[in-house]
Design a protein around this ligand. Structure first.
Ligand code: MSP
Length: 524
């Protein structure tokens, strides 16, 4: 079978404009998608993102904005696509839950689950958290000074009493525990391990409740109509999760569905782990569909010790940051500053530090110094017939780069992958000091000088390819300055990390990639 990689992000609620937290998931997903495209070829990767447009939260936001919900969601969904363009997020498909292809699939899922006897109608009496779009039974609520609060986000819940449709999730508790444990490989992987333990802990200590999958139209009409009742629409989470299969043809184009499903990874934030690791696999199982291969729950960007979110009013606008520092430094910062499963604290100071150290001093300087020497000693030319004669630790590092990165990328260890790349960058910088090409030139050691310079150029080329998934524009700029004509994404990846300059070439030095940022702090 042709290898393939199918990765997804959550569908973002369109109640407000995107902030750093949203951009984090998509930058990570884009980086992984690009890496997989280098490995497998573009046609074998499917990167899906989109917007989640139904539910009470969106309905209320539209009302507050004085717009009909569809008009409102059209507008905000577009701001997400605009931001993805700004951030160089190159997705293959963008799904909106208000699209026909999705609405039809959700209704088919209703019908299929009903045929299978998995749905029943029941009077519901409980509490609802609108920001989380989730029901909670009284026992689960946190109670602070007599106020009933959502156990997840600690905001007030609303009492609800209504007839609804339910999915028989509770019958699958044991099956689910086995699937999460995944001892036989037939279940799914949850990363990081701590999140898997959290899900297991929840399943082992709580009796699973059936999932309410409808809302009465009398309370909320902004949803996908249930094909079982004229009085109900679909619960927004049930609707939204189905996007992962509606985008790849479930219930319609069987060939396309078999090509892409199961998803290789659902990338999500830790706050929506339960929906993905508990409800979603059971829904799929009821449909006789395999679970996704992996669910990765990343951490949060926090500000003042709290999750960044619109309702807390502590959001940072990615557009502003990118205007000041550029897209690639922003992408680099988010993926290097905190391991992907952990929380991170956003600050411009930390971003500037990384910019000046890793990007300006290490990577930027390596390119600039090397090309300057090329100009000085060879008038910009690259001595042919030299690369394959070089045997040194830089060659080992370059040839070992993809084999070292691949397993890290497969478990979304972005910051570790960057560490591996930066070790090579710094080894190359050190090599310049040790080999002192200026001395070799003075002493007339032409062969040695050629090997040093070509080794550096080969390493920079390898680094450019490895860095492309993280910082595409930077990688392309390095590529151009190295004078390489062929497209970076078409160049051989794994096996082609050394020997490119055997045929010689001519560099095209440009302006420094990352001019240092001088701050007040550094001036004093
Ligand atoms: N619509 C649901 C997801 C449905 S998926 C079938 C949703 N949307 S959301 O817009 O509220 O959040 C989308 C993603 O953004 C989540 O993975 C969430 O964790 C992430 N982030 C939102 N704020 C965040 C931070 N402050 N930091 C990091 N990511 C966070 O949930």
């Amino acid at each position: 079978m042709t290898p393939k990689y199918y990765l997804t992000t959550p569908l973002y609620y369109v109640n407000s404009r995107p902030h750093i937290g949203h951009s984090y998931t998509n930058i990570a997903a884009d980086t992984l998608a690009r890496f997989k495209r280098l490995e497998l070829g573009r046609e074998n990767v499917l990167f899906l993102t989109g917007t989640d447009e139904h539910g009470q939260k969106i309905d209320r936001a539209a009302e507050a904005a004085g717009l009909p919900p569809q008009e409102f969601t059209d507008k905000i969904s577009q701001t997400f696509r605009d931001l993805w363009k700004t951030l160089a997020i190159d997705y293959d498909d963008f799904i909106r839950t208000t699209e026909k292809r999705h609405v039809e699939t959700v209704q088919k899922v209703w019908m299929r689950l009903n045929e299978k006897g998995q749905i029943y109608k029941h009077a519901y009496d409980g509490f609802y958290c609108v920001p989380c779009e989730t029901f909670f039974t009284e026992g689960l609520l946190s109670d602070e000074s007599g106020k009933k609060l959502c156990p997840e986000c600690k905001r007030p819940v609303e009492k609800m009493q209504e007839d609804n449709y339910f999915l028989k999730i509770s019958s699958y508790q044991d099956w689910l525990i086995q699937s999460v444990k995944n001892a036989d490989g037939k279940g799914f992987v949850i990363l990081p391990e701590t999140r898997k333990n959290e899900v297991l802990g929840f399943l082992e200590n709580n009796k699973l409740q059936d999932l309410c999958i409808s809302r009465p139209k009398s309370r909320l009409s902004w949803g996908i109509p249930s094909p079982l009742s004229d009085d109900h629409v679909t619960y927004v989470w049930f609707d939204a999760l189905i996007n992962y299969i509606s985008a790849c043809g479930w219930g319609g184009d069987g060939k396309r569905f078999d090509r892409w499903w199961p998803a290789d990874v659902h990338i999500i934030g830790k706050d929506i782990l339960r929906h993905h690791a508990v409800y979603w696999p059971v829904i799929l199982h009821m449909l006789d569909v395999k679970p996704p291969r992996m669910i990765f729950a990343h951490g949060w960007w926090v500000q003042g010790g709290q999750k960044m979110s619109k309702s807390r009013g502590n959001v940072v606008d990615p557009v502003e940051i990118v205007k000041t520092y550029g897209v690639d430094p922003y992408r680099y910062f988010l993926l290097s500053e905190a391991p992907f499963g952990n929380d991170g604290t956003f600050s411009e100071e930390a971003l500037i530090d990384r910019f000046n150290t890793d990007l300006a001093n290490d990577l930027g300087n390596l390119l600039h110094r090397t090309l300057t020497m090329c100009e000085k000693y060879y008038s910009g030319g690259i001595p042919a017939g030299t690369a394959l004669g070089c045997r040194n630790h830089l060659r080992e590092g370059a040839e070992g780069l993809v084999p070292a990165l691949a397993p890290l990328m497969n478990r979304l260890a972005f910051s570790e992958a960057l560490d591996v790349i930066w070790k090579l960058v710094n080894a190359a910088n050190k090599y310049i000091e040790e080999q002192a090409p200026w001395k070799l030139s003075k002493e007339g050691k032409a062969d040695e000088l050629g090997r040093v310079i070509v080794s550096l150029l080969e390493v920079i080329r390898a680094v450019a390819q490895a860095v492309w998934p993280f910082m595409p524009a930077t990688a392309e700029a390095i590529w151009t300055q190295l004078g390489i004509q062929e497209s970076l994404t078409k160049a051989p990846f794994k096996e082609g990390m050394w020997g490119y300059f055997e045929k010689g070439g001519k560099v095209a030095k440009g302006a420094p990639l990352f001019p240092r940022i001088e701050t007040e702090k550094q001036r004093h």
